[in-house]
Design a protein. Structure first.
Ligand code: HEC
Length: 129
């Protein structure tokens, strides 16, 4: 290899490494599942309850859409990963519809945000709420 080829090869390698890192970084979840639960779902005064009761504001819907994508990138603590992703996908789709003001979105969201069903399938039993 002459000097130019070596340089090119080195540049290419760096490019590939950076590219691979970039893809990984883009897939890093912003929040853990626990953080999402605490921010959106936990307790009687939760954002979730406000939204489910029909009192959600555009800011509330935006917060949902901000937090929920992380669930898609997190592994479920237990249970089937595909099933988890299907659940979360429905939840996120309904949240996006809420944000977009689509009719019927609230019912779809409430159906998708089934605490018990999801916890039974994906939450460690000793932590059941
Ligand atoms: C799409 C699935 C899913 C839905 C829907 C869901 N949860 Fe969770 N929730 C989880 C998982 C998984 C955990 C366990 C997270 C962990 O241990 O890392 C969890 C944990 C929690 C925790 C414990 C957080 C902590 O600090 O350890 C609370 C509280 C909670 N959920 C409340 C709710 C409520 C209330 C609802 C419904 C209004 C709900 N969740 C809906 C999946 C879900």
């Amino acid at each position: 290899m002459n000097k130019v080829t070596k340089l090119l090869a080195a540049a290419l390698t760096v490019g590939i490494l950076l590219g691979a890192y970039g893809v990984r970084a883009a897939e890093q979840p912003k929040y853990t599942t626990k953080e999402v639960m605490k921010a959106i779902y936990k307790g009687k005064e939760s954002l979730h309850h406000k939204i489910a009761d029909g009192g959600g504001s555009p800011e509330d819907f935006a917060k949902l859409v901000e937090y929920l994508p992380s669930l898609q990138l997190n592994d479920p603590p237990v249970g089937d990963k595909k099933e988890w992703q299907d659940r979360v996908k429905k939840l996120l789709a309904a949240a996006k519809d809420l944000k977009a003001g689509k009719p019927g979105a609230l019912d779809a969201y409430k159906g998708a945000a089934n605490c018990k069903e999801c916890h039974t399938a994906h939450k460690k039993p000793e932590e059941k709420h």
